[in-house]
Design a binder for this molecule. Structure first.
Ligand code: NAP
Length: 273
């Protein structure tokens, strides 16, 4: 029987997920379809009921529903309970199980490029939902410490407490206090939304070098000012689209229980830019 998948959120019309997953179905000749379904804030419960009625096989969850979706799943994977948000759901005989692929998606490019995380000093910009999953990733891979720099210091402090709780040494600062300290870190990640509207890099990257890994999770535009500044210093770059692709691959594997066609999915994603 034909299988059906979706991404839910609001706004949703610019989502790249339908392209990525449809390319995978074509590549493997799977009888499946993937749609973008707009569910406005406040209508998640009815929306999920509707998806169950059409016997959806699985769906991705994006802004603004990732945290609220925790209430509507029957089971949760460990990845979700640590992060406190759901971005992927499977439906097996009416039982919805929630997963969070943000962490695996974030780590995937490090694995693919064989870039080590163990014993590194990390500077993380941002303290929102994505930053929380990223902290969990660095804790899992045993980074030596993380400095969380955020516009709102309180949010950075809360995230640093979470980090310490899961075993990663952390401190919190205001983003403007990073000043010229970027060169003291091995890995620098932008997990703020700064860049989406072509804003200038949130920090100076002066003095970093080719060994510094600079990762921007903002994926549209691909070459943010933060990435451009990192290129000027010859840093090792990881683009936001690589995390997006990592997440799509992980979701595919959860739903289909088989290896995802990485190259076909990457081609479809890059074609969307
Ligand atoms: P979120 O929970 O809303 O967090 C937003 C973060 O950005 C907060 O730390 C916020 O600081 C900070 N921020 C917002 N505007 C700012 C500004 N003008 N100056 C400085 N800091 C600012 O969002 P999220 O879900 O974590 O997502 C963050 C970004 O990551 C989004 O652009 C999203 O598209 C991207 N993302 C990409 C992927 C991927 O696969 N590549 C996956 C997930 C998310 P305050 O605490 O001070 O508000």
């Amino acid at each position: 029987m034909s299988k059906i998948f979706a991404v839910i959120g609001d706004p949703i019309d610019h989502s790249l997920s339908p392209n990525i997953h449809s390319a995978a179905f074509r590549e493997l000749n799977l009888d499946c379809s993937y749609i973008a379904y707009r569910i406005p804030r406040g209508e998640l419960e009815e929306g999920v009921e509707g998806l169950k009625k059409i016997k959806i096989n699985g769906f991705n969850v994006t802004i603004p529903h990732k945290v609220e979706m925790m209430k509507y799943v029957d089971k949760i994977d460990e990845s979700c309970s640590v992060i406190g948000a759901v971005n992927t759901v499977s439906n097996k005989d009416g039982i919805l199980k929630g997963y969070n692929t943000d962490m695996d998606g974030f780590l995937e490019p490090f694995k693919k490029k064989e870039l080590p995380i163990a014993d590194t000093k990390v500077l993380l910009l941002g303290a929102g939902g994505a930053a929380r999953a990223i902290v969990a990733g660095f804790a899992k891979e045993k980074a030596s410490s993380i400095t969380i720099a955020n516009r709102t210091l309180d949010n950075a402090i809360k995230l640093a407490e979470f980090s310490e709780k899961i075993g990663l040494n952390a401190n919190a600062i205001k983003i403007e206090d990073v000043k010229d300290s970027a060169k003291n870190y091995d890995i620098i990640v932008n997990a703020t939304s700064v860049g989406l509207k072509n804003e200038p890099s949130p920090i100076s990257l002066e003095g970093i070098n080719e060994k510094t890994i600079v990762y921007d999770i903002v994926y549209m535009p691909m070459n943010t000012d933060f990435i451009k500044k990192a290129k000027e210093e010859n840093a090792t770059i990881i683009f936001g689209y690589e995390m997006l692709l990592g997440q799509a691959v992980r979701a595919f594997e959860i739903w289909h229980d088989m290896e995802a066609p990485y190259n076909a999915m990457k081609k479809a994603l890059l074609g969307g830019f």
